[in-house]
Design a protein around this ligand. Structure first.
Ligand SMILES: *[C@@H]1O[C@H](CO)[C@@H](O)[C@H](O)[C@H]1NC(C)=O
Length: 640
């Protein structure tokens, strides 16, 4: 049926674009004979009826259809890699892409909308369709996805009474404004309009939150009234299916292992219906300071093999996990506060850099065996490289940088990041805030849980300790021959919780009074250190002004600068953080993400489009102690 050019060695296999292959199949007479799972957006010229529930199966344009989906979140993959990832998905035998829409990135400040570059959702959806994939869209407003505040904008928290994910006016007003902007854009790309969107998920795992019985119906109406007309679904874990479910909306399941009770529960809720495992996952994300989570591919395949004969549809989470670039990662709150690491590899079928995993091959083989999908040779993987170790040349301490920042704010009491009078009233979403005051006596400093999340304490620029979720007391020994001493607390927002009712309590920075011998500290000077790209590019002094040469180990917090020479074309790499303590990395003035010696992640992925031929600037904001070298790796080092 299809001709594939094959030149012997695997690395020489020519890949014909799926678009080309599918063109040959646009013949409506043939459609009924095509495999049910391989009706692609490129084949269907006539659009009458989209995805429908008929008895225990889905139909698309009236033909039985089984959803074989994978999740790729466009904001975690560099835009230049979108197409190749989608192509790999199609070649793996998948027919549908699931993607989530992060409100906090699309509307970082009230009414400031961003839908371009790496946030060009429409370009991503269009690309999926060009590559032969249908789309299930999760427009939120809450998406979870292990993001900071589950993808909700932090400016919502300026309102002390905010009730996120409810019909509280302050929330619905903001949501309606966002949906007025978002929904008409996506509505045009629905199946019925000739686009690839075959289904839309309402919210995410609401059953586990369930603070307002009326909320889900409200979100449904908000979508439908703005033009969403394709199949609607809800998605919940097995225990919360009933609570998250809405009448006349298909309930789908999130789960790690197949459980008979769960799909029986599903049946008892909605009768005979197709079963869609909306999050089918091998493992979980990693968190700082914990051991790495490993998936069990054997287990995974066993479950998939069980799902197939039962007629299940599913979405594999993640197909390509990508990276929590910058500060977008959230945190989890089971057994303490656990911030998510920078890599969002998630035991996905493609690694962070898009390399195939052995599991990809297993899935591909299986899908081609059980569906008679055309065998497509997946595209080659662009090699990564370990550059020669770099010598770190220059540094500048944070204290030396302070005079170059915007005027600090003055406040009697501490102010949380969200409440800071910044960014046209939107507060500070991410990064660090430095709180400074003067003390005239020593004693016991107590934070009473008001340091969110991690505060390094300095007395006259000397590090004296850390206050965080686990430590809330620190003894301050004052120098008696000085009258006053400066006390500084550098507070890092390590990521807001991404789920649970406690998201309503999330405030970062100093969220209340800090006491010295039971007296609350007052008269703060507050510096916002959001570490935005513009700050690195324009506020930091240029070389050689103010920069000093690194000799020996320099104590943080400080910025370290080094230069990496790269050939043409640039190749991606991993920066190893061996020898460094904790901080963030910037490549050519763009924030890459967090690193921390406690692991498990030991190297940060640098996509090749971030590099250019010639000299590239690598800057590290190191909080603890700098190293004199930067090492590279050609493979991920996600820990043990
Ligand atoms: C205390 O301050 C004095 C005066 O600035 C200084 O000479 C001395 O070294 C300080 N002592 C300590 C223990 O830091």
């Amino acid at each position: 049926m299809l001709m594939w050019t094959f030149l012997g060695r695997p690395e020489c296999i020519l890949y014909l674009s799926s678009a080309l292959s599918v063109m040959a199949l646009i013949n409506r007479d043939q459609l009924p004979r095509l495999n049910q799972s391989h009706l692609t957006p490129l084949m269907l010229v006539t659009r009458r009826v989209g995805l429908k529930v008929e008895g225990s199966q889905f139909t698309l344009e009236g033909f039985p259809f089984r959803i074989i989906s994978g999740t790729i979140d466009y904001f975690r993959i560099f835009r230049q890699h979108w197409r190749i990832s989608l192509r790999k998905m199609y070649a793996g035998g998948f027919n549908t892409l699931t993607t989530h829409v992060p409100w906090n990135l699309h509307e970082p400040g009230v009414g400031q909308f961003h839908f371009t570059e790496n946030l060009d959702l429409i370009a991503f959806i269009t690309m999926a369709s060009e590559e032969g994939l249908w789309v299930i869209l999760c427009p939120g407003p809450y998406i979870g996805s292990d993001l900071d505040l589950g993808g909700l904008p932090s400016w919502l928290l300026k309102d002390p009474k905010m009730k996120l994910r409810t019909t509280y006016k302050g929330f619905t007003r903001a949501m309606n404004r966002y949906f007025d902007h978002l929904v008409p854009k996506i509505a045009q790309f629905q199946y019925g309009k000739g686009g690839p969107i075959i289904a839309v998920q309402i919210e995410n795992e609401y059953g586990s939150y369930y603070m307002d019985k009326k909320y889900m119906a409200y979100v449904k109406t908000a979508l439908v009234s703005r033009g969403i007309s394709e199949l609607l679904m809800t998605a919940d874990d097995g225990l919360n299916l009933r609570k998250g479910h809405l009448k006349n909306v298909l309930a789908t399941v999130h789960m790690k292992n197949i459980k008979r009770e769960t799909y029986e529960e599903l049946k008892s809720i909605q009768g005979r219906s197709p079963i869609l495992m909306m999050v089918y996952t091998a493992k979980s994300f990693d968190t700082w300071g914990a051991l790495r989570n490993f998936g069990d591919p054997q287990m995974l395949m066993k479950d998939v093999k069980e799902m197939f004969p039962l007629g299940f549809s599913f979405n594999f989470y993640m197909f390509h996990g990508g990276t929590n670039f910058g500060f977008i990662g959230g945190a989890q709150s089971s057994n303490g506060y656990l911030p998510v690491v920078t890599s969002y590899d998630y035991c996905a079928l493609l690694t962070e850099s898009g390399a195939y995993t052995p599991e990809y091959r297993v899935f591909q083989e299986f899908f081609h065996f059980v569906t008679d999908a055309p065998t497509i040779i997946p595209p080659k993987f662009a090699r990564m490289v370990a550059y020669t170790p770099l010598t770190v040349l220059y540094f500048m301490t944070l204290w030396e940088v302070l005079p170059h920042l915007e005027e600090p704010m003055k406040s009697g009491k501490p102010i949380s990041m969200e409440q800071l009078p910044l960014n046209q009233g939107n507060g500070q979403s991410f990064g660090y805030t430095l709180y400074e005051t003067t003390i005239v006596r020593g004693g016991l400093l107590t934070s009473k849980g008001h340091i969110q999340d991690r505060g390094q304490v300095f007395l006259d620029n000397n590090y004296i300790g850390v206050l965080d979720h686990y430590n809330d007391e620190l003894l301050i020994v004052k120098n008696t021959s000085k009258k006053g001493q400066s006390l500084r607390i550098l507070v890092e927002n390590q990521g807001r919780l991404s789920s649970g009712q406690d998201i309503n309590k999330e405030r970062k920075g100093l969220t209340g009074d800090i006491y010295l011998n039971k007296t609350p500290l007052r008269k703060f000077t507050i510096y916002s250190l959001e570490m935005k790209n513009a700050f690195i590019q324009t506020k930091l002094p240029k070389l050689p002004e103010s920069w000093k040469t690194v000799t020996g180990h320099v104590l943080g917090p400080a910025f370290f600068l080094s230069h990496l020479r790269v050939g043409d074309p640039p190749q991606g790499t991993y920066i190893k953080v061996k020898g460094w303590g904790k901080g963030v990395i910037f490549i050519n003035g763009q924030i890459l993400g967090r690193y921390w010696t406690i692991g498990p992640q030991e190297a940060l992925y640098v996509p090749h489009p971030w590099l250019h031929p010639g000299v590239n600037e690598i800057m590290m904001f190191e909080e603890l102690k700098g190293s004199q070298k930067i090492y590279f790796s050609e493979k991920p080092e996600l820990g043990h």
